[in-house]
Design a protein around this ligand. Sequence first.
Ligand SMILES: [Zn+2]
Length: 147
Amino acid sequence: MRQVKPQFRSRRKRCANCRDLFDPDPRAKDRQKYCSKSSCQDHRQRLNEKNWREKNPDCVAYQQEQIRAWHKARTNYSRKRRASDQALTMRNRIQARLRMRDRRFRSVFDKSKPIVKTVEDQAYWAKVKTNTQPIAQRSTVRPFSLL
Ligand SMILES: [Zn+2]
């Protein structure tokens, strides 16, 4: 009697980002650590890019040098571009505001620095505390939705 191989069924795995169970692709079952959700794939991609930059500091330095040279050859390129487009100016202002807010927020959790240094800091953080919208939601605001 001919024996039939049982159909291989891969075991479910837990995603390294969202911790949900998922069925890994049979071709990559041993290596796959993330599910197919776009947020998890984005996370994986950002991590890969970060690891690549850490492994290739020479290439990153070269790229930065290229960018510096490009901007040096085109003085005030971004400033002129924003000046010609009002929507771009607004978008840049909103992005800068959110970026600086996140930077300030992160500095609060930097244990190597004192949390509140001046009276102005105290006033700022009192204002931030009254803003009940979660930080994650604030930083993902699409600039154009505010226009
Ligand atoms: Zn996931």
